[in-house]
Write a protein that binds this ligand. Structure first.
Ligand SMILES: O=P(O)(O)OC[C@H]1O[C@H](OP(=O)(O)OP(=O)(O)O)[C@H](O)[C@@H]1O
Ligand code: HPA
Length: 180
């Protein structure tokens, strides 16, 4: 595994370096701060991909939030999506609370839709979506739009800053796209 990063980097293009990603996250934090100030929302990170984005976003927020996480996976360590498996539902009280969903990528939207719908079923007062990246294509589930978007990515498999390739390379600090 010593050469995994080198092999992946040779087979990909860098879309955004660490500074560009973090500047985009910081811009999102400003908007979210204004929208949620004084509301003590549930800050619900979708694991595993959302963990680095969530950490940076939370540190930049400057408002009080309650942290929790869900773990729902559709890609099961592969590069093509299938049925969504819930590995962990949140423990925080959702009923009567505003919720911010925090994820690394909105691709076809099935994952965020399932989590948003579940939060609404639990009685959340509002559910907003913060997506670090949104993939540009027309295959997204109808009616699913991120409220806060960091960066757009092309319709290619992307990785880094939380996003994996077969469970590799999540901790690369930039965002990369596999060459076609
Ligand atoms: O918009 P979609 O097509 O549903 O895809 C986006 C989801 O896929 C990835 O999760 P994955 O299932 O790979 O789990 P992971 O976060 O553990 O990598 C990513 O973190 C998003 O949650
Ligand atoms: O392009 C992607 N990269 C990483 N994880 C993903 N989950 C959905 N699409 C992607």
């Amino acid at each position: 595994m010593k050469h995994t990063f080198e092999q992946l980097l040779a087979a990909s293009d860098c879309l955004y370096d660490r500074d560009a990603v973090e500047q985009a996250i910081d811009r999102m934090a400003e908007k979210i701060r204004k929208d949620f100030d004084g509301q003590f929302p549930v800050f619900l990170t979708l694991m595993n991909g959302g963990m680095f984005f969530g950490a940076r976003l939370a540190l930049q927020l400057g408002i009080d939030v309650e942290f929790d996480y869900v773990h729902a996976t559709r890609y099961h360590g592969t590069t093509t999506g299938s049925g969504l498996a819930w590995l962990r539902r949140p423990g925080a009280v959702i009923e009567g609370r505003p919720v911010l969903l925090v994820d690394d990528i909105l691709d076809e939207g099935h994952t965020l839709k399932a989590v948003r719908d579940w939060c609404e079923d639990q009685g959340a007062t509002k559910v907003k979506i913060a997506a670090m990246t949104v993939k540009q294509h027309d295959r997204c589930v109808p009616g699913l739009i991120a409220d806060y978007i960091g960066l757009t990515v092309p319709d290619r498999y992307v990785f880094g800053y939380g996003m994996d390739v077969n469970e590799h390379a999540r901790n690369l600090p930039g965002i990369y796209a596999m060459k076609d």
